[in-house]
Write a protein that binds this ligand. Structure first.
Ligand SMILES: O=C(O)CCc1c2[nH]c(c1CC(=O)O)Cc1[nH]c(c(CC(=O)O)c1CCC(=O)O)Cc1[nH]c(c(CC(=O)O)c1CCC(=O)O)Cc1[nH]c(c(CCC(=O)O)c1CC(=O)O)C2
Length: 355
């Protein structure tokens, strides 16, 4: 168990007592904590500078660079948590899947997985496969002080979508064809991915991550009945696999208004909400006993400072009665966002919610 955790009977650490982890645990907070999905990356000139000439996947495997990029938004914006700089396809690359992240496209898989024989590509992930992750998190926890580090992974459905389609997809045709057409192969594929994802999250927690977020970015493409039958067992398996560590488990997807209750039921402590559902309504859908994370539309940051404040106020008002609220955008920071707008947003949320 890492020094960030406070197993019962031990003195709570400053990290354990941070506003972010308190909000995840639904405890009273000094102010609403804020972090942003994709807070590191292309919105920051200092990121573009250190990434110059280094391909995305390679940059994810250099511990010093990962630590530097992860710290950049913490230094600049005064956010309440860091998110480990990586990508959802990194564990797949680590077990030898032939894939690349192509600039302007995203992850592209050379040999898509569409048959039972293709499943053999998915071997177990061991800590030795991702030594750079353990090393980078060691560097980070030393630098971060009381600021928690969030580890993350892609959820089985979203990873399956990339593997089956061979790259980003709008309609997920091949993925759904497999899910509806060969339910047994589909279940076996998701189960394999759940094993890999669980192992990857464990590495991050054991190295010192204080919370984890499972990104099921594309799962909003499914109806609730299909989610429950074909996806939820694998996501539940991942959450169960890391439950004993006692770190908050966040679950996020886009366009998941109809799935929020089930995504909580899968085992999340914190349910991430995109901007389409107000947080008070999301709380009704999720039910008691969970914190919520969200949910300013990332595109709002392109409007005037006054408009950003008005829209932020709406989010905070909708969150007023929640058991626990972590402020975030409804999806990742868009690459051309003005970083100063993000810094101002953090300060506004902190001052508006100071207790
Ligand atoms: O649109 C698509 O289908 C491909 C998306 C895409 C992915 N990796 C990618 C790209 C290309 C791109 O962003 O331009 C490739 C990718 N991943 C990342 C970056 C850096 C950046 O966004 O500027 C980039 C762009 C790389 C570059 O060209 O510089 C890093 C990344 N991916 C991710 C994260 C975790 C996070 O969001 O906080 C993070 C770390 C951010 C941080 O440390 O602050 C997670 C990720 N990657 C990915 C997804 C799937 C859903 C999505 O599209 O957003 C998701 C989950 C999600 O954001 O919902 C796949």
């Amino acid at each position: 168990m890492s020094a960030n955790h406070s197993p019962s009977g031990q003195q709570p650490s400053a990290t354990y007592e941070s506003a972010f982890l308190k909000a995840c645990r639904r405890e009273p907070v000094p102010h609403t904590p804020v972090w942003f999905m994709r807070q590191a990356g292309r919105s920051l000139p200092e990121y573009l500078k250190v990434r110059e000439g280094i391909p995305m996947l390679e940059s994810c495997m250099r511990p010093e660079l990962v630590a530097e990029i992860t710290l950049q938004p913490v230094r600049r914006h005064n956010v309440d948590a860091a998110i480990y700089f990586s990508d959802i396809v990194v564990p797949l690359k680590a077990i030898g899947i032939d894939l690349d992240i192509k600039p302007g496209v995203g992850p592209v898989v050379e040999n898509p997985i569409r048959s039972r024989a293709d499943l053999a590509q998915l071997r177990d992930l061991t800590p030795e496969d991702v030594r750079y992750v353990t090393e980078a998190i060691g560097l980070l926890t030393a630098e971060l002080g009381s600021t928690p580090l969030i580890g993350f992974a892609g959820a089985p459905f979203t990873l399956a979508s990339y593997l089956v389609e061979g790259g980003p997809s709008k309609n997920h045709e091949h993925t759904k064809a497999l899910m509806y057409g060969d339910p047994q192969l589909w279940a076996d594929l998701l189960d394999r991915l759940a094993e890999i994802t669980s192992a990857f999250l464990k590495v991050q927690i054991e190295a010192g991550a204080s919370a984890v977020q499972l990104f099921d970015s594309w799962v909003g493409a499914l109806a609730p009945a299909d989610y429950r039958r074909s996806v939820m067992p694998a996501s539940t398996k991942v959450f169960d696999a890391v439950a004993s560590y006692g770190v908050p488990r966040i679950h996020f997807g886009v366009g998941t208004g109809e799935l929020l209750g089930l995504m909580g039921e899968a085992g999340a402590d914190v349910v991430g909400v995109d901007w389409r559902v107000p947080l008070d309504e999301a709380a009704r859908r999720v039910g008691p006993g969970k914190a919520l994370q969200g949910n300013l539309d990332p595109a709002v940051l392109f409007s005037s400072p006054e408009a950003v404040q008005t829209k932020t106020r709406e989010v905070l008002d909708a969150a007023a009665g929640l058991e626990g609220h972590v402020f975030n955008l409804g999806h990742g920071v868009l690459p051309t966002t003005d970083p100063d707008a993000l810094t101002r947003l953090v300060e506004y949320v902190h001052t508006q919610t100071a207790r």
